[in-house]
Design a protein around this ligand. Sequence first.
Ligand SMILES: O=C(O)CCC(=O)C(=O)O
Ligand SMILES: [Fe+2]
Length: 246
Amino acid sequence: MINIDYLEKNDGFEIIQAFCSREVSRIRELINEDLRKVLHDHHPDTKKLIETIDIENYHLVANQFNHADIWTRHNRLFKQHAIDYFYSTEFYKNLKRGFPDLKITNEIHGQEPEIVWRIVRPGEANDVGPIHADKWFWDLNGWHVPDGKKCIKVWAFISGDSKRSGLYVVPKSQFNSDTAYSTKQKDGINKPIINDDKILKDKILLDTKVGEAIIFSYQLLHGGAQTQGNQCRVSIEFTLMLSSEK
Ligand SMILES: O=C(O)CCC(=O)C(=O)O
Ligand SMILES: [Fe+2]
């Protein structure tokens, strides 16, 4: 089981095996269904083309769609049936055994637990955001962590080339609580922009295999890597809220 205290006192992250290949296939299928449904809602005229699209080949036809407008966070949220499937995975059951009071947070949309998928196309700098700590979002938006609780992030690699895409982290940066950032309003929330780019020279691209997850401190600096090669990167992410005195 993950030892959160240990992780926070060391590099600030840990890579763990999350989903077996059968589970990864099912998660890909669920994301593909959503991908097609959302594209169809926005572009009903391209029904035939959309039927042939999946996360493996999406980038080859993405220029036919309003990619930036379509793929809001809201449109990438797991729906109830996908959440139910996620709850049935061994990964979630293990998390629940280790942290019986855990909750997946819903700070932005306020209803169901927010499990979000993300697709990052090859060569597209705008598909990833700048390096940040997730705690900054909570501070900037006044989202409240109740007394006795804490947040920790989970990011899982679902598809792509792990050596040429994925997540950057700055190991041990959870200790630099004074890293400067400014803020800009986007998609209805305040988003942080890091000011201090000296620290970014220490970032490393984590080599996560498909089905593995990175669990990381809410204070750890991290961000998406622009995808190289010719495969999209697809990942899922969510926040766990847990008792802090564990
Ligand atoms: O996957 C990405 O590009 C960024 C992910 C991220 O910031 C997160 O999971 O907190
Ligand atoms: Fe993040």
